[in-house]
Structures are given as C-alpha cells and as structure tokens.
Ligand binder design. Structure first.
Ligand SMILES: N[C@@H](CCC(=O)N[C@@H](CS)C(=O)NCC(=O)O)C(=O)O
Length: 255
C-alpha cells in the first residue's frame, strides 16, 4: 500500500483549505486529506498540523511543511510544472505507520479523476502566480471576506454573542462591502475566466470565488440575494468545472 507524499491538513468545511484542495483535485494528484475536526476549538499547534497559529490548511510534502492557502497553491503549481509531481508519480513506494498526526480523527487518501477537461501542459494553467492587478485585488478582498467570516464563526463557537459587539458587526459590514465590490466588478470577475492567456477553462481566482461564495451560503452568513451576478459567475464556474463540486460544503457535509 502506498502512502501519499502529499498531505493536506484541513477540515472539509474550510474555505481556505478548499482552495488548494481544489487545485490538487484539478491536477488529479494523489494526496491524503487529514481532517482535524473543529479547528476553532484546537488548543495546541499539534492539533492543527503544527501550525503555530492553530489554523488550517497545512501542506506536508515529504519533509516539507507549509502554511497559508495561497502559498500552498503556488507550491503545488511549482511541483506540477517542474515535473516533480504528476497524477501518478506522487506516491512514496512504501506505506508508513509513522503518522505524526495520529491525534487527527480522519485520514483518507484519494486519487481523483475529472478536471476541467483540458489536459495540456501549460505552465501555471490556473494562473495561481498572477501579477494582474485586478486578480490580486480580487483575491485580497476575497481572502479578507473569508477572514472576517471566520472571526465571527469562530467567536460563535466560543459562545461569544457576536451581535452585541461592534467589532463583530464591523466584520459583517466588511463581508457585505467586500461582496458588493465583487458584485460591482462582476464583468471583470467573469471575463478573465475565458482569458486566452490561460488554457484552462477556469482560474484559481474562479476557484477562490466558489470557495468563498459556497461557504457563505452554507453558513447562511449574510443574505446573498443582493449579489445576483456573483451567483451567476459561481454557477458558471461550477458548470464548467464539475470537479469543484467534489469539495462543496453541501457535498462533504450535507445539511
Ligand atoms: N490566511 C490563512 C487563513 C487560514 C484560516 O483562517 N483558516 C481557518 C479555517 S477556514 C482557521 O483555521 N480558523 C481557526 C481559528 O481561527 O481559530 C490561509 O489562507 O491559510
């Protein structure tokens, strides 16, 4: 039995974790998904893949250890583009019972099929390493929305009455303002999906948007009806990339 060299430590509902996980799936890489359970309630780094901040995702690749979802995504792209990993080459030859994460409650390795229907070898085909100003702004705003959402959800899990605090109400406002910015920029947001500079039918920015939107929807965090163009864009990405739905919160944890 082979043990995947790649291990993604996360939780199935983590939208930050879903971003690099979706890339692993699109590249059809073999990896172990280590579910640490309720990350908000972790008390030591060892419960969260040794992340000192007790957050997920964490990626392990052999002896390599990495935190921060977008850095992990870039690292995955480099592994693939450098030829170090392909959908059949990233398994170690022997199984190992040296599981340093045996306090985690679920580990299953998966090898995925599917993808976005394009198998060519273009470098950085999902445009993870973009330098495009709009892409970077959109991704920064999406990360900010996700961060503020997590603050409120995590506080709720610690029984904090979030609506009584202006700090958390500002988080809600930040999420709504961020969504409005994305909605206002929906033309740019949807257009680059079909950009000729990428051979793939979707980009990492599209993945990011789907992870953000479906997480907000799953947690019913704010009403999403004021952002119809975002819904349209998300539906369109999902239509073009069915692989993404494997990691949808509604699929991994049906309500
Ligand atoms: N900037 C980090 C954010 C990671 C993050 O906040 N992850 C959430 C899960 S979606 C978490 O671990 N939260 C636990 C907590 O804040 O207590 C990244 O992109 O990886």
């Amino acid at each position: 039995m082979t043990r995947p060299l790649l291990r993604l430590i996360s939780t199935p509902l983590s939208h930050f974790g879903r971003k690099p996980q979706a890339l692993l799936d699109l590249y059809k890489l073999n990896y172990a998904f280590i579910d640490i359970g309720n990350v908000a309630l972790t008390k030591t780094p060892s419960e969260a893949g040794n992340h000192p901040l007790m957050k997920v995702p964490v990626l392990e690749y052999g002896d390599m250890w990495m935190v921060e979802s977008d850095h992990i995504a870039g690292y995955i792209v480099d592994l693939v583009d450098s030829g170090k990993l392909s959908n059949s080459s990233n398994c170690s030859s022997k199984s190992s019972n040296n599981n340093s994460n045996n306090n985690h409650n679920n580990s299953n390795s998966r090898s995925n099929s599917g993808g976005d229907g394009n198998n060519d070898k273009q470098i950085d085909r999902y445009r993870v390493w973009t330098r495009d100003v709009f892409d970077l702004n959109a991704r920064a705003i999406m990360n900010g929305i996700m961060t503020d959402e997590v603050k409120v959800i995590a506080a709720g899990r610690h029984q904090v009455p979030v609506r009584e605090y202006s700090y958390f109400n500002k988080c809600y406002d930040s999420v709504k303002n961020g969504l409005q910015w994305l909605e206002n920029n929906h033309e740019k947001l949807s257009s680059s999906s079909s950009s000729s500079s990428s051979s793939a039918s979707i980009t990492y920015r599209d993945i990011h948007l789907v992870c953000l939107y479906e997480h907000l929807l799953y947690y019913d965090f704010v009403p999403l009806s004021p952002y119809p163009q975002l819904k349209y864009t998300v539906d369109s990405v999902n239509y073009r990339c069915p692989t993404l739905q494997q990691t949808s919160p509604f699929v991994v944890k049906p309500k």
